[in-house]
Ligand binder design. Sequence first.
Ligand code: UT7
Length: 325
Amino acid sequence: MKSKIIGTGSYLPEKVMTNYDLEKLVDTSHDWIVTRTGIEERRIVAEDQCTSDMATIAAQRAMDKAGVKAEEIDLIVLGTITGDYPWPATACIVQANIGAKNAYAYDVSAACSGFLYALASADDFLMAGRGKKALVIGAETLSRAVDWTDRNTCVLFGDGAGAIVLEAQEGDTGVLSCHLHSDGNYLELLYQPGFGAKHPPSAAGIEAKLPYLKMQGNEVFKVAVRSLTEVSKEALKANGFTSADVDQFIPHQANLRILEATTKRLKLTAAQSFINVNKYGNTSGATIPIAIDEASQQGLLKEGDLILSAAFGGGFTWGSTLIRW
Ligand code: UT7
């Protein structure tokens, strides 16, 4: 038995924010952002939208593509760090929205690795027999977690959602492996200090901008390239493949320079690598399912293809998956 992807879907908000729009907000330039990150524009939610709204549309599209009804879904796993509420899980809100009344639903918090963590978790449950069909979603509203006066971070992120339907099937196609890692020693290089139990809501906390994402980009960059490379090699080695066997590498989209450095170390060609960070920026846990859906729509993922995916994010967390499409 394997967990096979039988449908994909995504949703990007209509509002486009270009680098030129950002030039009006902070001391930055289109050239700086493109040169350092490869990002040209990103999407931003409408005032009345939040994470569950995007996740619901992406999930519905994935189910439509799969030809699966909401009642058939046994579990919903949502990777996010920008859920609608601190609790309950945004996955439960999506469950109610789509009417998946037979499912159990929960969120996974692994920052930019959230989707791969969610995928691994759903795959394990399906393989253990705790259901036949799973919705795995990555959805983020980063625009509500960044400090729009901090040029070091606000230019990098965007909003969006992607989803897949996984089905436990007999055969050789589907998820071949998932490798996950974390190292909590790096907490303060990439995190959101407030408001949680450590720093509960306070006027002083707002003044100190605790509810906004903090990142030491330069330090994160180096560990990201190293970890993405190692965890990708780990996936290939565990399955007896080399990078030459990979048909599409679909990495977490944080920064074009990180992707280029990683693909170079893995000896992957540009034709093997899917990149859309220029259009959407870093949507954290949503980048990989959005990219999978786009690659699928563009006809880049064919039956039998070998798909490698890898992610790195706050925690630190990182991971990879190999999928026989
Ligand atoms: O999703 C996983 C987690 N996140 C990541 O993977 C992101 C990892 N990091 C990065 O992508 C990059 O480190 C950044 C894009 C965040 C920054 O690029 P960098 O080449 O590492 O630049 P830097 O942080 O070393 O900053 C270089 C200069 C600094 O000025 P000084 O100190 O040299 O005078 C910054 O103040 O660029 C300045 N700078 C900017 N200038 C114009 C920082 N942000 C901006 C900006 N516009 N938006």
